[in-house]
Structures are given as structure tokens and as C-alpha cells.
Design a protein around this ligand. Sequence first.
Ligand code: PLP
Length: 406
Amino acid sequence: MTKDEVLKIREEFPILTRSVAGRPMIYLDNTATSQTPRRVVEEIDRIYTHEKANVHRGVHTLSQEMTDLQEHTRERIRRYINADSIEEVIFTRGTTEGINLVASSFGSRFKEGDEVILTVMEHHANIVPWQLLRDKTGIVLRVVDINDRGELDLDQYRSLFNERTVMASFCHVSNVLGTVNPVEEMTAYAHSKGVPVLIDGAQASPHMLIDVNAIGCDFYVFSSHKMYGPTGIGVLYGKKHLLEEMPPYQGGGEMIAKVTFEHTTFAELPFKFEAGTPDFVGIAAFSKAIDFIEEIGMENIAAHEHELLDYTTSQLVKIPELRIFGDAPHKSAVISFLVGHSHPYDVGMLLDKQGVEVRTGHHCAMPLMDRLDIPGTVRASFAIYNTIEEADSFITALRRAAAILS
Ligand code: PLP
């Protein structure tokens, strides 16, 4: 992408012109959440102003228009991830709810002693739901380790499969290390053992093309707010035949066919898993975020973010005593690091005082921090609207912070 093209994109994000601590704000916390382009905000405003009516409930015009807007997004998402049908696209509140849904509903078939394979680089969202299931059913969690570069130990992964294995659940991209896992290969191996796969795509869906058919996974989950979309919306993709077999996750309106006090039958997919009034405004506006991504083109987004990653990494390694965690050859634009013995919070505070917004702490990956034997990291992460000039300002600010702390 040319500098002018990126500057044009930035015009859609008024927040990027604000200042922090009297300096131009540099937003490098995109892994936690990305900023939202004006077109998404305007769509939310337009819907609340002119369209709002509950979906799937009315014959009246407004309700039908609103339903069409929501279902339009479902079709956009289906195409975005190359799912076979809209019945395989379930709206959730986010990645976290998607994994809880699968652990609770699909996991209801698991028995004591059954084994679920996770990895040490998982976000808590892909650990705790399985622990809750373990506490209920007595399943056993098996954990794949990483090597020094922050890549999964695939030999160990393969060795963990046995006749008790019932599920493998792992991230597409690590939110701390940036490692892009070989999800196609891992899924194919699990399937060769008859084991279904869930992929946590929270950190992949904003940065690379997702093709659930090519990956072959059984479930794939992600969040809108990391993809330039509204908060509180997520997607669970599931293979139709599995979703059909699964019991509902929550009960209530929208997810039923017929209710009597004696017996209830459930709605068809995808509505069986969408109890209650969804955030139909946010869902409708999410389609504008998909427009934004597709207009730029995912190849262009990925290339620009990689340029930022490579440039910033090449400069950071020159800072004495700076340690980067995760240098897999196949890496997303996330840089986790520590400077000498400085606590990540101190580094983060000093960066904030210079207008640079980075995340510090355990990044909801405490087991990974334990594995790395560190309390946390400082994490800078990029999106399409970040510039090389911002990367330079970040590096200068970090040098200053490091000098103060040394
Ligand atoms: N999984 C990964 C890899 C993440 O990075 C995150 C959020 O940072 C989540 C899951 C949870 O996403 P959400 O809070 O949108 O449900």
C-alpha cells in the first residue's frame, strides 16, 4: 500500500486524529480491539434513527427491513469465510461465547476420561470453557507445548491423540506470540484420527483470508470488534451436520418451533442457537466492516501489516536488553516484548505518557506466561491504518522509556 492509500484509509477513523498526553495518539492495541471506520458508526446511527425494529417477529415493514439487514450480514459472513450455507453461520456475542457454546453443547456428548487437546498458547477463552466442562464431566485436558520460536510442537501434538481423544481446539493465530499455526495440517491430522476440530480465529479473521472449507475445521469462531466492526458480536461457524445434532445452548425466544408446557421443539439452523433478541443493529453494521476490509483487499491488508511488523522488529532488536517473545517465520503483526528487567506496566505507562497505546500484562494467556516464566509482556499490534511513521514514533518513545527505566 502507498503512503497516500493508508492516509486515505485513516480518514475513515476520526479517533486516529486525537491526542493522548498532548501528543498525537498512536494506537497499537489492535489485537485487543481495532478501531471502527466511520461507515460502521454511521450505519449504527442510521439504523437507530430510521430502521430499528425487532427481527424475525413481525410482518410489518420495519421488522422485515431489519431482518433483511441482519440476514444480509449472515450471507456476507458466509462468503467471507467460504462456508457452504448460511445455516452454518451462527451469531454470538463474540469468540468467547462461540467457544462456550461448543464446549457446552457439543461437549455434552463427552464422558469422563475423554480427552480434549488444547495448546499452551491459548487465550483463556479457549481454556476456561473446557475446564468448566471438565469439572462437570471429568474430561481430561491435554496441552501441546511450544518451541523457543513460539511455534507449536507438532510432533507432540500428533503424539497426544489416542482412542480417548474427542476434540482438538486451538488458535489460528496466537494473540501474544503472533504465531500463525498450520491449522490445515493440524485439522487434517485430527480428522485422520476421527477427531473434530475447533479453531479460535479471533486473531486471524482480521488479518488473513479465512476459508473454513479449505481448512476443513468443524468449528471456527471469531469476533467483530477485532475486525473493524461493532463490539458484542461474534460468529460461530459450524458444520451443518454437527450443528444439527447438537442440543441448543440457551433457551428462549427466537430458537423455538413450538412451545407447550409439556414439550418444546426447536427452530431450524441457524436460529436454534440464537436465543433471545440478538444485537441486530450491530450485526447489520458489521456488514459495513466487511465492506471496508473487502474494498481494501485482504492481500493488501496482510502485506501492509507485514511491512510494519518486519520494519518494527528490525528496529526493536537494536534496543539493548529487549527480548521479543515469538519469532515464528509465519507470524502475524503482533510484537510481545520485555525491556531488561522492567515491569511491562512501567514500560506501558511511559509509552502512554508519549501518546503510544500498547497493551501490557498477561493478555488473557496466563498459562503461556507461566510457560515463558515471565509476569507478562508489552504488546504492540498493528492494523491497516498504522503507518511506518507511527512505528518510528513508537520506537523512539520506547527508546526513551528504556533509558528512563535502565
Ligand atoms: N481468542 C483470542 C486468540 C483472542 O485474542 C481473544 C481476544 O483477545 C479472544 C479469544 C476473546 O475474544 P472476545 O473477547 O472478543 O470474545
